[in-house]
Design a protein around this ligand. Sequence first.
Ligand SMILES: Nc1ncnc2c1ncn2[C@@H]1O[C@H](COP(=O)(O)OP(=O)(O)OP(=O)(O)O)[C@@H](O)[C@H]1O
Ligand SMILES: [Mg+2]
Length: 223
Amino acid sequence: MIQMYHVYMSYGSDSPGLIDVSLRIEKAEFAFITGPSGAGKTSLLRVIMLAERSQNGQILLFGKNVANIKEKERTLFRRHMGVVFQDFKLLPSRTVEQNVAISLEVLGKGRGEIRKKVGEVLELVGLEHRAHRLPPTLSGGEQQRVAIARAIVNDPQILMADEPTGNLDQALSEEIGVLLNRINARGSTVVVATHDTAWIQRTQHRVIHLEKGRVVSGGMPLG
Ligand SMILES: Nc1ncnc2c1ncn2[C@@H]1O[C@H](COP(=O)(O)OP(=O)(O)OP(=O)(O)O)[C@@H](O)[C@H]1O
Ligand SMILES: [Mg+2]
């Protein structure tokens, strides 16, 4: 699903983003990316979501080499990837339902289909009763669940989350963990960057450990 071979990405001479990164994440796998602050976790996710270009090496998404693809093709690849950020990035003046519907509207889906799909994912994240609220009136955990609903409404093959529990307390973090497991069990590949060692230890998922831009362990699938 995601393959990287000897990938280098740099923001400039004093800032090595990724150095000689090789890894493979299989279809329907759940993988954590961990490591100290500045290790390159966000950089790695940004390279996979095609928001950042690598300078060297080979990257395959869904078996296709994406190193030199054009902007238009990048957009098509991105449609198969859902992304969740630590700070939610919800539109504060749009309702929960509207926030979730946006990516389907962009794709030109019909109103009936949008309503059905948005209802389904809000139910999956347990927020049907919040559909008409504005994000600022929700708790942090609820806002993060809206962000997850928005990321999966399009049925992406890969769901990526960057510190999705970074702003949440223990109980809400566990809820988000359960929800991501459920999404993974429905067949999505899930990749999560996190410092949350308690979360990692609660699961059996693979852990890709980065340090100073390099993969130090866990780059290849178990077994
Ligand atoms: N836009 C940028 N411009 C220049 N350097 C950057 C940029 N983004 C990240 N870096 C540098 O790249 C390195 C990796 O950063 P990255 O954000 O990927 O780390 P991280 O593992 O996600 O850290 P954190 O746990 O703090 O989120 C750091 O040295 C950082 O300073
Ligand atoms: Mg980061």
